[in-house]
Design a protein around this ligand. Structure first.
Ligand code: KIV
Length: 257
């Protein structure tokens, strides 16, 4: 197995995996110093494109952003999110995942399992394409936000789904907005690392949408901790620029030819 993936697997039960999203080189260059995994998430639909969900994201959009992200990475594992309708069946999934890997030179693809995509994951892994699974709240397939794993039936279903993803050969699995108790059980049962978002500190690693945690997206659900308010810092810079342009303090001779 590829060495970057091996490094991720070896961290299970040793140290937490640090993961974030990026959509461009400007961010991925910074993230590369601090993250094990950089995910080019289809969350770019809401965050960058102002779409109300991720359903209209295309593979070409994902490929363009991943090429940019990859150009800023030296060490972190780069994962591309396969958008809705790009992996409806084994043939399509193989064709599109191969295209994504070839065009972006990324290290792996992420697939929302929707409790049925196990054979797709298996076939991709057989074709030498590393796969990250994704269960719990999966925005491609769920109409409304809901915390997953609240009932005993749901808990059992999630555990079975996670096991099937591991059996299919995925190297890791995102647990999105899953009850702490259930995330803890899944993390204990699986040999592959679990990466939580809104699923407690029990997971083997954590991921957040970078734009949310730096205060750029304006999206502040309970599971996001805002580490800074970058929007305020940007606003200050823009205000100063405006003042200086209007008052002719910018550009100075030093900025001119
Ligand atoms: O699209 C995305 O950014 C994701 C993460 C939230 C896990 O899937």
């Amino acid at each position: 197995m590829k060495s970057k993936i091996q490094r991720i697997l070896k961290k299970k039960n040793k140290s937490k995996l640090v993961c974030l999203t990026a959509y461009s080189k400007n961010f991925s260059e910074i993230l590369d110093k601090y993250c094990d995994i950089v995910l080019v998430g289809d969350s770019l639909a809401n965050v960058l494109y102002g779409m109300k969900n991720t359903h209209k994201v295309t593979l070409d959009m994902m490929i363009k952003h991943t090429v940019s992200v990859k150009s800023g990475l030296k060490k972190s594992l780069c994962v591309i999110d396969m958008p809705l309708n790009s992996y409806n069946n084994i043939r399509l999934a193989k064709k599109n995942a191969k295209k994504a890997m070839r065009k972006t030179k990324c290290d792996a693809v992420k697939i929302e399992s929707n409790n049925k995509n196990f054979s797709i994951i298996k076939e991709l892994v057989k074709s030498n394409i590393p796969v990250m699974g994704h269960i719990g709240y999966t925005p491609q397939f769920k109409k409304k936000f809901k915390v997953a794993g609240s009932s005993e039936i749901e808990e059992k279903k999630l555990i079975i789904e996670a096991k099937k993803i591991e059996e299919a050969g995925a190297f890791s699995i995102v647990l999105e907005c899953i009850k702490k108790r259930v995330a803890q059980r899944i993390t204990k049962i699986l040999k592959i690392p679990t990466i939580g978002i809104g699923s407690s500190s029990c997971c083997d690693g954590q991921i957040l949408v970078t734009d949310d945690m730096i205060g750029l997206s304006g999206f502040k659900p309970k599971f996001v901790k805002q580490y800074m308010k970058l929007n305020k810092i940007i606003e200050k810079g823009i205000q100063k620029y405006r003042r200086e342009v209007i008052s002719k303090r910018f550009p100075k001779n030093i900025n001119s030819y």
